[in-house]
Design a protein around this ligand. Structure first.
Ligand SMILES: [Zn+2]
Length: 333
C-alpha cells in the first residue's frame, strides 16, 4: 500500500491504515527472524489485492449496514449518513461483538469487508452425522467418492472455459495498451483507457474466482448432505505436482484446477460441520491396489482409466477403486 502515492495517501485516509501497515511490516520481519516465513517482499502497486485496515473500535455493524470511519473527505459529510454503507447480504456479520483485524478489500471490481470475531460468536453449522464413512480420491479430471459419485473438474465446465478465454483476451488488450503508452512515453497510471481495460480484465478474473468457489461449494455440500462421520482424503503433494510434467495438458490441468483451495475449504467446512477428517499417507498406492484381494498392480499406467485385476478378475473404474482403497486404508490405520 505504501507507494509513490504517499503524499495524497497521508491526508485522504484514516491514520490507522498507515499505522497498521508499519505494524504489519514489523510482524512480517519478526516472522522472518523467527524463521517462520520468507524475507518480506515489497508489494507492487498494481499486482496485489488492495486492502486497508480499519480500527475495530471505530467500526459499527447493524444487520443491514456498516459504519466506517472517515470515508468522505469533508468533516460535515463525515458526521452525516454518508458513512453508513449498505451491506450486500443481511445478517452475515454478528452485531454487538468485538471485531478483530477488520479490513476493507478491493478485488479489482468490488469492495468487501472482512472481520474476525471470537469463536463463540462465529456462525457455526454443526450437523447430525450418521455412521457413514466416505473416502475421496482427488485428481486432475475429477473428484470421486467411495459411493461412486463423480464430480467432474471445473476445467470441463463450459462457462469456466468461456470466462478463461475472455480473461485472456482482455489481458492481451491490456498489455497492448501498456506497450503503446510506453512507446508514447506516457505514464501508464494517467491513461484512462488503461484503467478502463484493467477494470474489464478484473471483472473476468472475479468471475473465474467465483465460478471456482461455487464449484467447490457444490462438491462439499453434496458430500456433506450424506452426513458422514468421517472423511478420508489423500495427503496430496500439490507443490510437487506443479513441477514441469512431460505432458502439456496435464500441466495445464494442474495449473487451472484449484486443488489446494478445495482441500483447504473441505477441511475448514468439516471443522464447522463437526465431521472428522483424516489424511492418509501420500505414498500409499491407492490406485494400484485391488480393493477386493489387495493385489498390487505395479504396471498400471496413468492412461489406464479402468483397473483390471489379473488375480481376481475385478473390473472397476480407476478413481472409484482408489476412493474405496483410501476409505479402507483409513479405517484400518
Ligand atoms: Zn483383485
Amino acid at each position: 500500500m505504501i507507494s509513490n502515492h504517499l503524499d495524497t495517501l497521508f491526508y485522504d485516509v484514516s491514520n490507522d491504515a498507515l499505522k497498521q501497515e508499519i505494524k504489519d511490516t514489523y510482524n512480517s520481519f519478526i516472522r522472518y527472524f523467527n524463521k517462520l516465513s520468507k524475507y518480506p517482499v515489497r508489494k507492487k502497486y498494481n499486482n496485489y489485492k488492495k486492502s486497508f485496515y480499519v480500527d475495530p473500535y471505530k467500526i459499527e455493524f447493524s444487520d443491514k449496514k456498516v459504519r466506517l470511519e472517515k470515508i468522505a473527505n469533508n468533516k460535515k459529510k463525515n458526521r452525516q449518513k454518508l458513512n453508513y454503507i449498505k451491506l450486500a447480504e443481511k445478517d452475515r456479520i454478528p452485531t454487538n461483538v468485538i471485531y478483530y483485524n477488520p479490513r476493507v478489500i478491493l478485488d479489482g471490481d468490488r469492495f468487501y469487508i472482512g472481520v474476525s470475531v471470537a469463536d463463540e460468536f462465529a456462525p457455526k453449522k454443526k450437523i447430525e452425522t450418521t455412521d457413514n464413512v466416505i473416502g475421496i480420491d482427488v485428481n486432475i479430471k475429477s473428484v470421486v467418492t467411495s459411493d461412486n459419485d463423480v464430480y467432474k473438474a471445473i476445467t470441463y465446465d463450459k462457462s469456466y472455459k468461456k470466462a478463461l478465454k475472455k480473461e485472456k483476451r482482455a489481458q492481451r488488450k491490456l498489455s497492448r495498451k501498456y506497450i503503446k503508452s510506453k512507446e508514447l512515453k506516457k505514464a501508464i497510471k494517467d491513461s484512462e483507457n488503461y484503467k478502463k481495460q484493467r477494470q474489464i480484465k478484473n471483472k473476468y478474473t472475479r468471475r473465474i474466482n467465483n465460478l471456482k468457489e461455487s464449484h467447490i461449494d457444490y462438491i462439499i455440500t453434496s458430500i456433506k448432505n450424506k452426513r458422514p462421520k468421517l472423511i478420508c482424503i489423500e495427503d496430496l503433494d500439490i507443490n510437487g505436482m506443479k513441477e514441469p510434467k512431460e505432458n502439456k495438458y496435464i500441466r495445464k490441468g494442474i495449473q487451472q484446477n484449484p486443488f489446494r483451495k478445495l482441500l483447504e475449504t473441505l477441511e475448514d467446512r468439516c471443522n464447522n460441520y463437526g465431521i472428522k477428517i483424516t489424511k492418509i499417507d501420500r505414498y500409499y498406492p491407492s490406485s494400484k491396489t485391488c480393493n477386493k484381494c489387495n493385489y498390487k498392480k505395479e504396471d498400471l499406467k496413468l492412461s489406464d482409466r479402468t483397473f483390471v485385476c489379473p488375480k481376481c478378475g475385478l473390473i472397476i473404474n480407476r478413481d472409484y477403486n482408489a476412493a474405496i482403497n483410501i476409505k479402507k486404508y483409513a479405517l484400518e490405520h
